[in-house]
Design a binder for this molecule. Structure first.
Ligand code: FES
Ligand SMILES: [Fe+2]
Length: 347
């Protein structure tokens, strides 16, 4: 099973993860080397040396932004071309190069394009512009988890927030949220799953609004795997300012068909006294202790292929947004596979 869209931007790491050293991460089954040039700009190359396939992140980053393989010493520049061979007479065969990938730093994340480089349009990087440099004191970012499950299972989890009343009972949710009204809004490549819960019991993080409040969880999914959740609530009967200025960041990047990089965080404050550390703890607890074990167990129960449709799931009303997202993503993957604009080979 291979269900990856290639002509799209994926988050490969937080800006804070890529410092002055060689760093690697596997995306879409490919090991990618990431580092910064002396001026700070990021570079992404195939992490496999074309000589004897040594991982380049086991080599050295030289002062001029050149990478030297740690096995026999070939040197590669930022474009992936081999510029020096320290052995013998120093001859470099003409096809000695590694693939380079477009990579752009935006909104405290590094975004990589795994498809055809000519199609890489920076304007299509998912919009997390609410994380501005001036608002970093409001940002709980830089959080990362690896999940042993296909990325679409995590999208399913995030696009059906009715699970908050059951799986997160006592931490993020309660049973009164199960009566929420789900609205599905589709625009272009985005699907919004808006859960409106009037006259429901306040969860711990909104308790200062009163015991019974009008609250919402509005999730936006951008194809293929970037999500943003707007959270808010007001005392019942008070004017509603929707959206609130509090957002939860959920960005997923496939590592393999069976594992996912999960970049998460929050931006803004639900209550004036909330600290960034409290937000980090709340979000990490909910995902690490509640969502992640359940998603990984579901993945294991689906068997070795984790093939969703072949597993013949029962579909409930509350699955509408998750299924809509799956249909859009499946269609985009099928269209891409049918086109010739995919780089399968070394450029
Ligand atoms: S494996 Fe890289 S130079 Fe030999
Ligand atoms: Fe959850």
């Amino acid at each position: 099973m291979s269900n990856f869209l290639r002509n799209t931007w994926y988050a490969v790491g937080w800006s804070s993860e890529i410092t002055g050293d060689l760093f690697s991460r596997t995306l879409l089954n490919e090991s990618i080397l990431i580092y910064r040039l002396p001026d700070g700009s990021p570079v992404a190359l195939d992490n496999r040396c074309p000589h004897r396939f040594a991982p380049l992140d086991c080599g050295k980053l030289l002062a001029d932004g050149v990478v030297q393989c740690g096995y026999h010493g070939l040197k590669f520049d930022r474009t992936g071309h081999c510029i020096a061979n320290p052995m013998g007479k120093g001859k470099v065969p003409s096809r000695t190069k590694v693939r380079s990938y477009p990579i752009i730093e935006r909104h405290q994340l590094l975004w990589i394009w795994m498809g055809h480089p000519d199609a890489a349009d920076p304007a299509s990087i998912p919009d997390y512009s609410y994380i501005t440099d001036d608002s970093l004191d409001q940002a709980n970012i830089g959080n990362y988890l690896r999940v042993q499950a296909n990325y679409q299972l995590i999208i399913d989890n995030l696009m059906d927030l009715t699970h908050v009343g059951i799986l997160h009972e006592g931490s993020l949710g309660n049973e009164s949220m199960l009566a929420g009204q789900l609205e599905l809004v589709e625009s272009g490549n985005d699907v919004c799953a808006n859960l409106w819960m009037p006259q429901s019991e306040a969860p711990p993080y909104l308790r200062n609004r009163g015991p019974i409040i009008d609250q919402w969880l509005d999730m936006r999914w951008t194809c293929p795997s970037s999500l943003s959740l707007n959270i808010g609530g007001t005392a019942s009967g008070e004017p509603i300012e929707r959206p609130s200025n509090f957002n939860a960041i959920h960005i997923l990047t496939p590592e393999t068909e069976y594992s996912t990089h999960y970049f998460y965080g929050t931006h803004g404050r639900l209550n004036p006294d909330d600290t960034i550390e409290q937000m980090r703890k709340l979000q990490t607890h909910a995902f690490l202790e509640e969502d992640l074990p359940m998603i990984e167990k579901c993945a294991a129960m689906m068997g070795p292929t984790q093939d969703f449709w072949a597993s013949k799931p029962i579909l409930l009303e509350s699955d509408a947004a998750a299924v809509r997202s799956r249909r859009i993503l499946d269609r985009a993957i099928a269209q891409e596979a049918a086109s010739t604009c995919v780089a399968h080979t070394t450029e």
